[in-house]
Write a protein that binds this ligand. Structure first.
Ligand code: NAD
Length: 258
């Protein structure tokens, strides 16, 4: 298969739905062999079937990103099936809306476990596999809320800010050690997924009103679509970005330009 990431092996966490699903489909369309990794096996199997029906190569990998042993097994499974690992997209993430004084330590830790521990563990286990493959690209999905704050989302903002600087620190390590592994973060604005529909219902009562109101926060005048993030991932995953590491790709319709 030809394409911008032809024959590369990719693992995408949280790929059963939303942005991760679009990333899996986009990379597969451009020739990558894709591991759809998620806790949601049913929807993960649907994504695999969709990729295969379009002539692409994909498999489902059961993965809770907070589980160290599961990460080790997932990377092993991808290496065994595809002969290596070239692309890791740390996409799985959760949000929690609560004022800081009412937030329990357990809630805070649950956000950190998925959004920060998950990215650390994925990166930790991908790097040795990518060294064996002769290089690679790690793409961490942060957020506009890793760049600016928002009320009642302190844990989420803290987690996404951590992902931003974790990315830069690891990019320097991997640049200086000659491993040819690039590490970058992506910062989406509001993107129309199940996670965002929860925001719409919570803040505005229903999804259409929420989409319209959240859209106004972006100078472009609307919220984004998952494909618009997948296109950024495709660029960073491909050899077109071979001089790009430690960078933060903001895809937000101008939200953070204001
Ligand atoms: P989503 O809720 O629609 O999908 C998330 C996927 O991750 C689901 O398939 C879910 O099963 C999976 N997942 C959740 N916990 C997991 C775990 N512990 N292990 C493995 N998989 C797990 O979310 P989305 O909107 O597609 O968000 C994807 C990423 O983009 C997240 O990191 C999110 O923070 C980030 N993001 C989203 C938006 C937005 O507006 N939607 C904006 C900025 C950043």
């Amino acid at each position: 298969m030809t394409g911008r990431v032809a024959k590369k092996a990719a693992l995408i966490s949280g790929a059963a739905a939303g942005i991760g699903r679009s990333i899996a489909i986009r990379l597969a369309k451009e020739g990558a062999r894709v591991a759809v990794a998620d806790i949601d096996a049913a929807h993960g199997a649907d994504v695999v079937a969709e990729i295969q029906a379009a002539g692409g190569e994909a498999l489902f990998v059961a993965l809770d990103v907070t589980d160290e042993a599961a990460w080790r097994a997932a990377v092993d499974a991808v290496e065994a099936a595809f002969g290596g690992l070239d692309i890791l997209v740390n996409n799985a993430g959760i949000a929690l809306s609560e004022s800081v004084d009412k937030m329990s330590l357990a809630d805070w830790r649950s956000v950190m476990a998925v959004n920060v521990d998950g990215v650390f563990l994925g990166t930790k286990f991908a790097i040795p596999a990518m060294r064996r493959a002769g290089g690679g690209s790690i793409i961490n999905i942060s957020s506009i809320l890793g760049l600016t704050g928002l009320e009642n989302l302190s844990a989420y903002c803290a987690s996404k800010g951590a992902v931003r600087l974790f990315t830069k620190a690891v990019a320097i390590e991997c640049g200086r050690d000659g491993s040819a592994i690039r590490v970058n973060s992506i910062h989406p604005g509001y993107i129309h997924t199940a996670m965002m529909e929860d925001d719409c219902r919570r803040d505005y009562g229903d999804v259409p009103t929420g989409l319209a109101e959240f859209g106004k926060l972006h100078p472009i005048g609307r919220v984004g679509e998952p494909d618009e993030i997948a296109n950024g991932v495709l660029y960073l995953a491909s050899d077109e970005a071979k001089f790009v590491t430690g960078s933060e790709l903001v895809i937000d319709g101008g939200y953070t330009a204001v």
